[in-house]
Write a protein that binds this ligand. Structure first.
Ligand code: GLA
Length: 726
């Protein structure tokens, strides 16, 4: 276990019970990446690095290259820079007096340093002595710059966390143009990638693609992780599916513009680079200062993608999400947006609060529209004073509490409307070039969060208007991308990264204003669904699409990387029956978002009865359980999921047919149950082994849009003689 460096083999390794990460230090001082995956009894470095013998380029002085003759296009390295003649995309580019030539060689190993909870960048937390880590310091062959690569492998999770730090000792200011958090080189053997492209109201679709020659870029340049791609993607070996095979997950603990590059060169070598998007990056690092990347997360599974997701989920729950925030989860949040929009007053809000209580809400959250001139989306952002003519907020808070609920509020501190004093009096506090035409999106601009003073002044505004109220839940939204990331205070090459640091500064500050509140983040639906946000808020609004069918696709895609406990999902007024919307919302945080005054008696009765199921099993099965994708809506006209609690005694099964299927005979094999247990499945006793090996017979259910939603409970331990099946 732990970190080891073997002087004889020159192999550095991190190991836990199942996996190992191996680096070979060649005699040139170039760290060569050997392996991340299942632990091996031995690693024959010579054999692995053997080069193609038919190519004249591989001979030097008439002989085969020796192990340490480094052949650039195929050498699997831990970090790649241009002076090593590596013509693949490089890991780092730093402008030092006009030259970006770099050649990093090994200097020393060091103890890894861990970051405190309040550091500027979110990061993996909950690191224990049993986890293994080290830092490897590399130095440029000529310039006084050092690159510190930090590695951490959890003892009980197959997750490796990497980050890079560049230290400037050149005596001059240097400029970071690119610095990947992780470089990952390996041979191409027919792997595919699964990534998660999307758009507003259509986030995180599942897209599997072959890896062709050249570079595939998955990125965001909009100053937030965005709707269009997610920082997470999967590298999947041939033959891998949900339940079998080897796959790797790549993610970043970062919420700003990112880039994942997947490169396959002419020699069939794969390189993966993951980090801050280098487009427009030019970050000044003064003498003696350093530039630190966000952390990259590489997860591993040899039992298919369901297992990979469970590894990702556990990592997020145990090592990213704030444990104090996690404890606040599990309450049914009612949100006013879908039902009322900005068209409300004190009376209508109080009526809704009463009705919301009546359908079992624990939290009543007032969404957009409570402040300044905010009666439509062209006004008010940036002026966070309560609008007393529209709403008596203190009275609403009191009444919500009196009704026995907790009170929540929506804010969008990064947004600025043109009528806000922030823009009129301090245009320099807003992003964009004052000499060019302003681009409004959703009728708004963006506050310049790259300036700490702007962040702090907005925090002060929020403190003034809401700090004295007893706020128990805050939904932090962000509705506009940063197309015009031009700041009056910083050069453009620094704005986007500084902006992201500003968002984190705000979130740290927000927690101080509302130390007891549950935080939820959001960005025009699910446009900032990433591990950086999860560090602050344990749940993220997954999408503005809340109709049952579309949501199935979105939540299915989201589940590959992120735990169900983080997927904020409400039973809304959108299309679909209330049962169908409730079933999907159940596989997320579960809450409500409609005008409760318009619900029929029948709908209310359904919601109240379903709420009993939520109270009984949601926490242990969904928030804390293991999730399995059984059928993908991307592959056929059905979606099927189940989630199982940790002791395997309770599970919830969900199946939806999108089309009427009259003649199909269908069985769905369940996952994650205890083979030895006997379960009650809709009143029928069935054994765990039967359910997992043969499956549930769903042939009788075939109507379009028909859901099957079953709580499966253990009856008793089954003995060999007493096994029962349908
Ligand atoms: C975004 C969010 C919604 C809602 C509105 C309010 O679209 O995703 O949930 O908060 O903003 O303007």
């Amino acid at each position: 276990m732990g970190f080891r460096y073997d002087e004889t083999t020159r192999i550095a390794s991190l190991e836990n019970g199942e996996v190992a990460y191996l680096i070979y230090l060649n005699s040139l001082g170039i760290p060569i990446h050997l392996h991340f995956g299942r632990k091996l009894s031995a690693f024959p470095v010579h054999e692995y690095l053997k080069q193609p013998s038919c190519n004249y380029q591989f001979f030097k002085g008439g002989r085969f290259c020796s192990l340490d003759d480094y052949f650039e296009p195929i050498a699997p390295v831990e970090v790649s820079t241009n002076l090593c003649h590596d013509l693949r995309p490089s890991s780092a580019s730093v402008d030092i007096r006009g030259s970006t030539a770099l050649d990093f060689r090994f200097s020393r190993f060091e103890k890894a340093s861990f970051l405190p909870d309040d550091s500027p960048l979110p990061h993996a937390r909950g690191i224990r002595e049993e986890d293994s880590s080290f830092a490897m310091v590399l130095k440029d062959a000529k310039e006084e710059v050092e690159l510190v690569l930090t590695y951490l492998l959890f003892h009980d999770e197959n997750v490796l966390v990497r980050r890079a730090k560049l230290l400037n000792k050149t005596g001059k200011t240097i400029y970071v143009k690119k610095l990947a958090s992780a470089t990952y080189d390996l041979p191409y053997c027919g792997q595919t990638i699964v990534h998660f492209p999307g758009a507003w109201s259509d986030e995180r679709n599942v897209a599997e693609e072959e890896i062709g020659r050249g570079t595939k870029i998955l990125s965001s340049s909009e100053g937030r992780s965005g709707h269009e791609e997610n920082p997470f993607f999967i590298l999947k070996e041939k033959g891998t599916d949900e339940d079998r095979g080897i796959c790797y997950g790549f993610n970043l603990i970062y919420s700003g513009s990112f880039q994942n590059a997947i490169h396959r060169n002419g020699y069939d070598r794969l390189r993966i680079l993951s980090g801050i998007n280098p487009e427009n990056l030019s970050f000044a690092v003064a003498e003696g200062a350093s530039f630190e990347t966000p952390e990259a997360v590489i997860s591993f599974s040899q039992e298919g993608m369901n297992r990979l997701s469970q590894v990702n989920h556990r990592f997020a729950r145990e090592h990213v999400i704030d444990p104090l925030q996690k404890r606040k989860q599990g309450e049914v949040v009612f949100n006013s947006w879908e039902g009322l929009g900005m068209d409300f007053n004190t009376n209508s809000i109080l009526e809704c609060a009463k009705e919301a209580k009546g359908i079992g809400s624990d939290v009543f959250a007032l969404d957009d529209g409570w402040f300044s001139s905010r009666d439509d989306d062209a006004h008010g952002l940036g002026d966070w004073r309560v609008n007393p003519e529209k709403i008596d907020l203190a009275a609403v808070v009191d009444e919500v509490h009196r009704l026995g609920m907790r009170f929540g509020i929506w804010i969008e501190p990064e947004g600025v409307s043109v009528d806000a004093p922030l823009y009129r009096l301090h245009p320099e506090s807003v992003l964009g070039d004052p000499e060019r035409e302003r681009k409004f999106q959703r009728n708004q601009l963006v506050a310049d969060f790259s300036q700490e003073e702007v962040v702090d002044s907005l925090l002060a505004q929020i403190q003034d208007s809401l700090g004295k109220l007893s706020v128990d839940y805050v939904k932090y939204d962000m509705n506009r991308p940063l197309g015009d990331a031009i700041s009056s205070a910083h050069p453009q090459g620094e704005v986007q990264h500084r902006y992201t640091l500003g968002v984190y500064r705000f979130l740290h500050g927000l927690k101080k204003i509302f130390p007891h509140a549950l935080l939820e983040t959001c960005a025009g639906g699910g446009g900032r669904f990433d591990l950086g946000m999860l560090y602050f808020s344990p749940q993220i609004w997954a999408s503005d699409a809340s109709e049952a069918d579309r949501r199935i696709f979105i939540q299915h895609g989201t589940s590959y990387a992120y735990p169900l406990s983080s997927i904020s999902s409400h039973v809304s007024k959108a299309s679909g029956s209330y049962p169908s919307k409730a079933h999907v919302a159940f596989f997320g945080t579960y809450g409500y978002e409609m005008d409760p005054r318009t619900l029929s008696q029948e709908e209310k009765a359904f919601l109240l009865s379903f709420e009993k199921t939520v109270r009984a099993v949601h926490k242990e099965v969904v928030l804390e359980g293991d999730f399995y994708r059984l059928l993908s809506p991307y592959e056929g006209p059905r979606a099927c999921w189940m989630s199982v609690c940790q002791d395997r005694s309770t599970a919830v099964f969900f199946h939806r047919s999108f089309f009427k299927e009259v003649a199909s005979c269908r069985y769905v094999k369940l996952r994650g149950l205890n083979r030895e247990f006997l379960y009650d499945v809709d009143g029928i006793p069935m054994a765990g082994d039967y359910l997992m090996d043969i499956g549930l017979n769903l042939s009788e259910y075939h109507e379009e849009g028909k859901d099957i939603f079953i709580v499966i409970r253990k009856i008793e331990k089954v003995s060999a003689s007493k096994k029962t099946s349908r």
